[in-house]
Each structure stands twice: as structure tokens, then as C-alpha cells.
Unconditional design. Structure first.
Length: 279
């Protein structure tokens, strides 16, 4: 049915309103970062006056944001890969295997989603400081202290489990007839079929790890190991630092998240659509 002119105008206005609501705040941040004049907290900037890259250069050279950016990227890259792999293996066991106590294990995993980070902060701090057997040292103040606690995530396990349950068992039986072992079935049969869910789990896992603030604060006290969220907090309370520079650092911190989403957007959308159809 062909749309009338008033309908087209109404649709255009709705699209414009949605664009302003969702993209307006981000545009204001970008405009503030490129504004040369000092911006006061709470001041709204719709267009950068005297655009300049000086704030980004200062953030890169003086604040040394590249150190904390590297720390965040290093931690999130390794942790996301390990988290996705561990979640996929756990989901495969829960969804495709029958064993006694499976329901209890699933309940225990899901129940961890109900615990706020503050509840496990002290136990986690004590574990990170505990000496490892044979090595006689702890992982405190290392990258491992920021990576290992987030390797297991209940949300990814739950998401992948629900997708794997929908895979017909005839595919596994056919693979076994062809001589495939469990690892081959998992890697060559199951994982390709849940690729959209893997994309969704990867994006959410990346964002969860990237936004970690309390964990790096507990796991390390060496400033050279700080991640972006911890540094942003310290810069936020710095009364000497200009607001424009802080906003420039914020813009730099959002770039990796946008890039990862754009790279996995297709798989993310497929995962959401598959979940909607499945539901």
C-alpha cells in the first residue's frame, strides 16, 4: 500500500525524533571533545566552536591514555575469548548431555546472576591475595587477576544453553555414525549452528568486561595496570583537568565498543531474531 504524503511526513518526524533521542547525547559528547574553549560541567554543546584535536593529543601524550587503553584491550580480548569458550563448553554439557544434578548445576550458575559485585568483593580480594600452591605467589596486581574472575559468566552460559537445546539430536547421531568424537561434534556441528548466539554472547561479554570498575580496583594497585573505567573515575574527580579533556578521554573509551558492535552486528541481529522466533 502506497503511503500518503502526511504519512511520510509523520514517519520522517518519528525517525528524526528517535535519531535525536538516541544520537543526540553522543553527538553532544563528541562536540564537547572537539571544542577548543573550556566547557563547564553541565554545559550543553551542540556544535564545536574552534574545532581542535588538542584535547585528544593531550589525553594521548600527557594523560597517557594509551597505556590504560592497552590494558583494557588486552584484558578484554583474552577474557572475552576465554569467557565465550568456557560458556560454550558449559552450555554444551548442560544442553546436550544428561547427568545427575544437571538442574542443580544450572540453578547454581543462574543464581550467580543475582549476586551484586559488592557482595563478592571481599571474598574475591582474599582469593586474589592468596598464595598459589608450588608458586608461592599470588596473582594480585597482574593481568590474570582481572581476567580469571570474569571467565565464567552465567548470562553467556544461559544464552548458549537455550540455543543449543533447540538443535536436533539427529545431527549429533549422524556425526557419530560418521566417526566424529565429542570434541568434533561440539566444534564442527554445534558451534556453527549457534554462531548468532555466540555473536550476541561475545558482544555482551565484551561490554561487561570493558565496563568493569570494581574488579580492576580490587585486583591491582599499580596505576600502570589500571583500565579505562578506573582512570575515568580518577579523572572525573580531578579538579585541575579541563572538562574537554575528560570528555575526549570518554570518546576514546567508547570507540572500541562501537567497533566491536559494528564487526559483530550481523551475528548480534541474527541472534536476537533467532531468539525472538524461538520464543
Amino acid at each position: 500500500m502506497k503511503m500518503t504524503i502526511p504519512q511520510r511526513i509523520a514517519r520522517g518526524l518519528v525517525y528524526a525524533l528517535l535519531l535525536i533521542v538516541f544520537c543526540g547525547p553522543f553527538w553532544g559528547i563528541v562536540a564537547t571533545a572537539f571544542t577548543k574553549n573550556t566547557v563547564q560541567p553541565g554545559q550543553l554543546v551542540l556544535w564545536p566552536s574552534n574545532p581542535t584535536f588538542d584535547h585528544f593529543i593531550y589525553a594521548w601524550t600527557e594523560v597517557k591514555i594509551w597505556i590504560y587503553l592497552f590494558n583494557s584491550l588486552f584484558v578484554v580480548a583474552i577474557a572475552t575469548v576465554l569467557q565465550t569458550l568456557v560458556s560454550a563448553l558449559a552450555a554444551y554439557a548442560l544442553a546436550r548431555k544428561k547427568f545427575r544434578g544437571a538442574a542443580i548445576v544450572s540453578l547454581a550458575i543462574i543464581s550467580t546472576m543475582m549476586l551484586p559485585d559488592e557482595v563478592i568483593a571481599i571474598p574475591l580480594y582474599l582469593i586474589l591475595h592468596a598464595e598459589l600452591p608450588l608458586l608461592h605467589t599470588s596473582i594480585y596486581n597482574t593481568y590474570a587477576a582481572m581476567i580469571l574472575p570474569v571467565v565464567g559468566w552465567a548470562f553467556s552460559v544461559f544464552l548458549l544453553t537455550e540455543f543449543m537445546k533447540a538443535i536436533p539430536r539427529d545431527l549429533e547421531d549422524a556425526a557419530r555414525v560418521d566417526g566424529a568424537n565429542e570434541l568434533q561434534i561440539f566444534w564442527r556441528v554445534v558451534l556453527p549452528l549457534v554462531r548468532p548466539a555466540l555473536g550476541t554472547a561475545t558482544i555482551f561479554g565484551f561490554l561487561m568486561i570493558w565496563d568493569q570498575y570494581l574488579l580492576p580496583l580490587i585486583a591491582v594497585d599499580d596505576r600502570n595496570l589500571y583500565t579505562i573505567p578506573v582512570v575515568l573515575r580518577s579523572l572525573r574527580v580531578d579538579e585541575v583537568l579541563q572538562q574537554n579533556i575528560f570528555i575526549a578521554v570518554t570518546v576514546i573509551a567508547t570507540v572500541p565498543c562501537i567497533v566491536v558492535y559494528l564487526l559483530l552486528q550481523k551475528q548480534f541481529n541474527r541472534g536476537l531474531m533467532s531468539g525472538a522466533v524461538k520464543g
